[in-house]
Design a protein around this ligand. Structure first.
Ligand SMILES: Cc1ncc(C[n+]2csc(CCOP(=O)(O)OP(=O)(O)O)c2C)c(N)n1
Ligand code: SF4
Length: 286
């Protein structure tokens, strides 16, 4: 039996009281317990930011890395041992700013990892600067007279990049978020879980979001439809949460590699993957 207690860390979160990231932490633990995934098979990888402190607050394997670079670290782990459940947890600055290129290419390759982005539309740790998802007109430390940038829409961007599982949750609804994360873990390839996780200290949008969210499932949304997914991802009527887009007919990069090399021994896959990469580099630099 696996219970929440198994994932309890000795370290208490140092997040501000009311920070949305508490809800995300609770949802990740709940999802792992519901799927009966033991801590020793779980690896949580993060970058830098308030949200990126999350691996310390859950008893599982963890890696607190560099700003923007959790995806490559997560892929190193996953490719070395495809049996592990590998989850990236980081902020919008980390994953949609400095590290966005990695997210796009992991989506395109259909790498079998889950990326949970705690999107608070601001840089929290560095005390309130503009982020790629900050809205037009948003007043921040770096835009004192209001932002003139158009925000990035991560959902439509990742659908456009070839993502096969694109979703959004809300930290204020951790049970619903846990369900999304469970589906993301079960998914055959790359899964983006964008989470509106308000920063109550530098940009508190909690009440506004709570008023506007609605569940896609309640509206009969069909996640297999690319057209409907893009329509909902770009909708200006309320804030939809749930699974926007999902397709299970695309093999993951890890599946393709495994098929190519045969067998299922992780150590074998690493060696063969290395050989393949060396061949590719030889080709690219010749
Ligand atoms: C290479 C690099 N550039 C910049 C920074 C400074 N820095 C630390 S956290 C951060 C942004 C944090 O925002 P976000 O990723 O959205 O996470 P949050 O703190 O809001 O959870 C920045 C710019 C850094 N640590 N490393
Ligand atoms: S500064 Fe914002 S993001 Fe960071 S812990 Fe506090 S509420 Fe959360």
């Amino acid at each position: 039996m696996i219970s929440l207690k198994d994932f309890e860390s000795d370290i208490r979160p140092d997040w501000c009281p009311g920070c949305g990231d508490f809800g995300v932490l609770a949802a990740i633990k709940d999802a792992l317990v519901s799927l009966k995934i033991p801590p020793h098979n779980t690896v949580i990888v993060s970058g830098i930011g308030c949200s990126s402190n999350l691996p310390g607050y859950i008893k599982a394997y963890g890696f607190h890395g560099l700003h923007g670079r959790p995806v490559p670290v997560a892929l190193g782990v996953k490719n070395s041992n495809p049996e592990l459940t590998v989850i990236v947890t980081a902020g919008d600055g980390d994953e949609y700013g400095i590290g966005f290129n990695h997210v796009v290419h992991a989506a395109r390759r259909n790498d079998n990892i889950v990326v949970v982005v705690m999107n608070n539309e601001i840089y929290g740790l560095t005390t309130g600067q503009l982020s790629p998802t900050s809205s037009e007109g948003q007043v921040t430390k770096t835009t004192p007279s209001g932002s003139i940038y158009r925000p990035l829409n991560p959902l439509s961007a990742i659908i456009g990049a070839g993502g096969t599982f694109v979703s959004r949750g809300f930290s204020g609804q951790p049970k619903h978020l846990s369900w999304i994360i469970q589906e993301a873990i079960k998914h055959r390839g790359f899964a983006l879980v964008d989470v509106i996780s308000p920063c109550v200290t530098w940009y508190d949008i909690y009440d506004e979001v709570k008023k506007q969210v609605f569940k896609l499932e309640d509206k009969g949304h069909d996640p297999s439809s690319l057209e409907k997914a893009l329509e909902m991802a770009t909708s200006k009527n309320g804030i939809p949460i749930g699974i926007f887009y999902r397709r299970e007919d695309v093999p993951s990069f890890q599946e393709l590699m495994q098929k190519k090399i045969g067998g299922s021994q992780p150590s074998k896959s690493v060696r063969t993957l290395e050989k393949d990469l060396i061949e590719q580099l030889k080709y690219e630099y010749s």
